[in-house]
Design a protein around this ligand. Structure first.
Ligand SMILES: *Cc1c(COP(=O)(O)O)cnc(C)c1O
Length: 234
């Protein structure tokens, strides 16, 4: 077994245990393997263990991998990076999900650009829960207007929220940040019954995220190992 396959097995075990410990069904938690900076060979190894959902941060890099792997059916591609308006078309044309919608302008473009032969793009609104620590995501007071906009756009399917809490080593503090997001998620669900997805939790805070109620984990390092580049170029 390769180390990627071994890592995936360990993560699935961690998800199972964390879910059981707080009385949740592990089946309601989707693992998105974050493959940014990793080659298609690594993705194929993960696919060989049954992993189907992959996350990419950089538009061109993601599209290159999606194109290289199109012959493998059933794979779901999640765009999880900051999205500039001039890259929205590539996301609309190639990905199944976009986790980082944070403006009406981006939402409108994604809907306009989503090819008619594809199902509506699954959209998560990224909220900024750690305020000054992150430039991405909308503030909570702007959420409802954006949610309404996304829900009205014909080629988008509003699925829920995404958040990246500020990095924190202490479990209790991780849990508090995650719970804030969960509260907002439950509030949104009351207005939009189609909302079913909370994208929350990375390699270092996945247990806290599961305990708080995450339904979708984005795990990179714990699946593929440390990344050997940090890139901001798109
Ligand atoms: C890189 C990244 C991840 C994965 O982070 P790890 O700590 O490697 O698990 C998750 N979400 C987003 C938005 C990322 O950019």
């Amino acid at each position: 077994m390769s180390s990627i396959q071994h890592n995936l097995q360990k993560i699935r075990q961690r998800i199972y245990l964390a879910a059981k410990q707080c009385g949740r069904d592990p089946e309601e938690i989707t693992l998105v393997a974050v493959s940014k900076s990793k080659p298609t060979g690594a993705i194929k190894e993960a696919i060989a263990t049954g992993q189907l959902a992959f996350g990419e941060n950089y538009v061109q890099e993601g599209v290159a991998k999606i194109t290289a792997l199109t012959t493998l059916p059933g794979i779901q591609w999640h765009f999880i990076g900051p999205l500039q308006a001039n890259k929205s078309r590539l996301v609309a044309e190639h990905f199944n999900w976009c986790h980082t919608v944070d403006s009406q302008k981006i939402a409108q473009r994604l809907s306009d650009q989503r090819p008619i032969i594809l199902p509506p793009l699954n959209v998560l609104i990224q909220i900024n829960i750690s305020n000054e620590n992150s430039k991405s995501g909308i503030m909570l007071d702007a959420l409802h207007i954006l949610a309404q906009k996304v829900s009205e756009l014909p080629r988008l399917h509003l699925r829920g929220l995404m958040a990246i809490p500020a990095p924190e080593d202490d479990y209790q503090l991780q849990l508090e940040a995650c719970q804030m997001t969960t509260n907002t998620f439950h509030h949104l669900k009351q207005y939009y019954p189609e909302v079913d997805t909370l994208s929350l939790g990375m390699s270092k805070d996945m247990e806290a995220a599961i305990t708080a109620g995450s339904t979708m984990l984005r795990i990179g390092t714990a699946v593929f190992g440390v990344r050997d580049y940090v890139s901001n170029t798109q």
